[in-house]
Design a protein. Sequence first.
Length: 316
Amino acid sequence: MRDASGRASSAAKRGSRRGTGKPVYLLVSHHHLEMRSAIARLKERSTARFICLIHDLIPIHYPEYAGSGQRDRHLRRVETAITLADALIVNSASTRDALAPHIERIGSKPPVLVAPFGTDLPKLPDGGELPIDRPYFVYVSTIEARKNHVLLLNLWRALAEELGDRAPLLYLIGQRGWEIENVVDMLERSPALREVVIECNALPDIPMVRLLRGARALLLPSFAEGFGFPLLEGLALGVPALCSDDPALHETGGNVPEYLDPLDGLGWREAVLDYASAQSPRRAAQLGRLRTWRPTRWQDHFAAVAALIAETVARN
């Protein structure tokens, strides 16, 4: 951080000497935010405005899903942002609301902009439809405890045992994370899951989009989210979604997806079996709601951020 701080400070000073206006230090990652003294020095040396993006507060509010020591580390990051930032950006109103008690506790009140992320999906070449002859579902996520893969694996094991080769398939797209021994044991040692669960740890964008487009639904049974990129991208592709009853996912999906309690195994089973059917009334109803849904756009995100930067620079 010391080197990065020095480089940023030098660049900011050069910009000021060239008459390019007041410098702005824009930080869009949580990395280094816990190093408050380095950021304070940067502001002092360069007279830069400091604006940063807070993605979520999950390690603070759900420390059971974070690594050892991550709660305190993330709390230091958030406190640095609130104390030193001239303005804050968050990706959702849910993140803003989670941040509000910390702002109140610290007493510094930087402006907070809610700027949802957008999506730019790759254009697919003609043809190349996937030769999958069974209904299937997709979960796009790093495999970690917070994402609740255990719910789906228990459900699919039961479906495989009951329905045999009539059971729908489940595609898991994402790398394996940390502290997932029970999930790995199920994936690698359960005979019932071998025929119905396909793990795709490193799938390029175009094959992933093709796979998503043919799914009966995108599944998101996670326990906590800050935004929900997979939901945004899935709905933008016209794919129905079954997801957790989570505030951030509600914000992204609106009234389109079906929302279920992440612990309601029977509710997820009923929804999956209904959506797997070619004559699913619930899926047809969601497709109807999806026709009027519009994804957030990156250009709107960046326009809002640019306006915030201009306002922050203009403010005494």
